[in-house]
Design a protein around this ligand. Structure first.
Ligand code: ZN
Length: 54
């Protein structure tokens, strides 16, 4: 089961979207994006809470 995360669903107006079979990889790529683009830090739990299963 793949996990999908997008900034818009997390309440941020941003076109970033990621879908990955590996949730650790998905969370770490999302953390990089959030840090570099939004200067924020998000925990893996927070990311997974906002992610959908595809
Ligand atoms: Zn974003």
């Amino acid at each position: 089961m793949a996990k999908e995360f997008d900034c818009r669903s997390a309440g941020v107006d941003c076109p970033f979207m990621i879908r990955d079979e590996n949730e650790d990889e998905m969370a770490s790529l999302t953390q990089q994006h959030v840090k570099n683009t939004h200067q924020k830090s998000m925990s893996k739990e927070e990311i997974l809470r906002n992610a959908r299963e595809m």
